[in-house]
Design a protein. Sequence first.
Length: 389
Amino acid sequence: MSSNLHFETAAIRNQMERTHFQEHSSPVYLTSSYIFDDAEDMRASFSDEKERNIYSRFSNPNTSEFAEKVAAMEGAEAGHAFATGMAAVFSTLAALLDSGDHILSARSVFGSTHTLFAKYFPKWNISHTFFNVDEVEAIENLILPETKLIFAETPTNPGVDILDLQLLGEVARKHNLLLVVDNCFATPYLQNPIQYGADLVIHSATKLMDGQGRVLGGVTVGRAHLIREIYLFSRNTGPALSPFNAWILSKSLETLAVRLDRHCENALKVAEFLEGEEKAENVKYPFLRSHPQYEIAKRQMKLGGNIISFEIQGGLLAGREFIDKVSLCSRTANLGDTRTIVTHPASTTHSKLSEDERQEAGITPGLIRISIGLEHVEDIIKDLQKALI
Ligand SMILES: *Cc1c(COP(=O)(O)O)cnc(C)c1O
């Protein structure tokens, strides 16, 4: 695939080879396996002398097209696609970590990633240290002899904090650690962590990449030798992406840039509206001047993304009331959809955490997260205004 095209062009023009049918748009290859000409062809294929599709748990034209497209968008050497974002996170780390290794991770990571580090990896003697957003400057002090990688997400969920990728990249390089970034909230259109030294970039394609709340998917892109390890692990353990979902996701990437432009334009307008509302305190959006890491966001992101957080006056009860009062906005757990979505983490996604754990994760009782959609911005604002009364 060509890499010297502009982002928008590559997203549309990078596609798999045409068949003799001369189709204009990539077809879906719903096939579990592929046939061989003869015994020698089969032997050579299985011994990796030939690069070709063997079985769709290993690879498939649609999943490869999707992964290669994302790799091109991120400026990565290679990529591999997964059934979900969590399959990408788990398989990537499980493929690269050994018993005894240590992960240095931001505390504000996606809930299931947090659970993976805190509950499951210790079973295999893989330990972790979580650092807070305000500790990034001092993370060198947290590196242990057994530390293997740094893991981070930016912007964070649901607090919309920004981590300095430049700084993380420098620390990783200096200490010879792998830097793995979950770039889900920014998408490759807004931010490319590889530019700052990330070795691997992970996405939940379920969110803005699909962008329409239809399918689950995940992808990891980065250094070719690491992707090779991750591919071999996946080929044997089975977190393969469905070719149909890959086809949907690859099509969706064709419109990622135009969708994101509007998502971000709407989000900035809503964030500015919320800043003027008395009941909405501590409004956080990366491209608002009041954001604590505004300068870093401006440096590493093209636009501010589609997620806004704020604290509603009145805490837990007021948070629940707000959720009850919206009528246009959806009450659902997804994000990055065409439809605007409101969530109240303290009573839902983070309700099982103790008060202390919530505090550590920056989840205050009145925290509201909004994923801004593609409806007309005036309709979104009207709905939120009504819920804030
Ligand atoms: C949703 C999400 C994931 C997990 O993705 P799934 O596709 O739901 O498995 C991982 N990281 C981030 C930042 C997410 O928002």
